[in-house]
Design a protein around this ligand. Structure first.
Ligand SMILES: C[S@@+](CC[C@H](N)C(=O)[O-])C[C@H]1O[C@@H](n2cnc3c(N)ncnc32)[C@H](O)[C@@H]1O
Length: 274
């Protein structure tokens, strides 16, 4: 019952949004997130967490009970438990792929929840970049509070400066729900990522092309949400086109089936420039 209610609520909200035919532009997205991060960073909620491990439970959802997706199944779960689980999941994904000393560069890192999850899992060479100055300041503030060496700086993935990018050549570049923000600028973002010469690129991004809305109610509300928010819908096909041209090699495409709100689960997509 709770699942139907949650799906109905998401659908009603997204149908209203759809009626306004919201068109996402890089500028609008940048403004939206700058405002969001200003609101969320204002109370510096991480100051209440004495250790990095305890900070993994914190989120903007506070103590809410979520209808969340975990391993493709819906659960009613407290936000703190969900975010503890999510933090361990991020560490499990990266530790299955990379040594803990591997340089990991997150582009569009927001307030840094993925970077701090990886730091709590023992990853030691982490840096984060975001177009939002508030996000960058918040990552630096938390790194200082928890005594971890995470570098943070401002970077626009659509106009990265060559000096910063030169430092990414041995790194894994990682995006989590960032390319979703750039529906009509996806090719420009992929060009910029290719130009970084990273050892590998890892996306945890929604993958519209893999949704089966006629078979799954969760996929149906996710598809509606993606269209209503005007998130990108073509990442996988764009990467496959580049693979056919011999520009990249796709290494892995794997839906992950988790989300705090059912409607935005990411797919793991890994590729390497050839
Ligand atoms: C949905 S949030 C994800 C944040 C973070 N990756 C996470 O998982 O918590 C999207 C992030 O992308 C950033 N972003 C949007 N456009 C960007 C751009 N052109 N270059 C770099 N970051 C961008 C936003 O400021 C925001 O922090």
């Amino acid at each position: 019952l709770r699942l139907y209610a949650a799906c109905g609520k998401h659908a009603a909200r997204d149908l209203k949004k759809l009626a306004k035919s919201h068109r996402r532009t890089p500028d609008a997205s940048r403004r939206e997130y700058e405002q969001r991060w200003q609101r969320q960073a204002r109370d510096r909620r991480w100051m209440a967490a004495p250790t990095l491990a305890e900070a993994q439970a914190l989120s903007s959802y506070g103590d809410e009970t979520l209808t969340a997706l975990i391993d493709f199944r819906p659960y009613a779960i407290g936000a703190r438990d969900f975010f503890r689980w999510r933090s361990r999941k991020i560490v499990a994904i990266f530790s299955a792929l990379f040594e803990r000393s591997k340089p990991i560069v997150e582009i569009g890192c927001g307030l840094g929840k993925n970077l701090f999850a990886l730091a709590s899992g023992g990853f030691s060479n982490l840096s984060g970049f975001d177009v939002s100055p508030t996000a960058v300041a918040a990552v630096r503030d938390q790194a200082q509070h928890f005594g971890v060496a995470i570098e943070a700086a401002r970077l626009d993935v659509l106009a990265p400066d060559s000096e910063t990018v030169a430092g990414f050549s041995d790194a894994v570049i990682f995006t989590n729900h960032v390319l979703e923000q750039l529906p009509r600028d996806l090719e420009a973002a992929l060009d910029a990522l290719c130009a970084c010469d990273a050892s590998e690129v890892v996306h945890l991004e929604p993958c519209f092309e893999l949704l089966r809305p006629t078979r799954s109610m969760i996929d149906a509300v996710t598809a509606l949400h993606t269209v209503a928010c005007d998130y990108q819908r073509t990442l996988l096909s764009a990467l496959k086109r580049r693979e056919r041209r011999g520009a990249i090699r796709l290494l892995d495409v794997r839906p992950l089936g988790y989300s705090p709100r059912l409607i935005n689960a990411p797919t793991l997509i890994r590729w390497r420039k050839l």
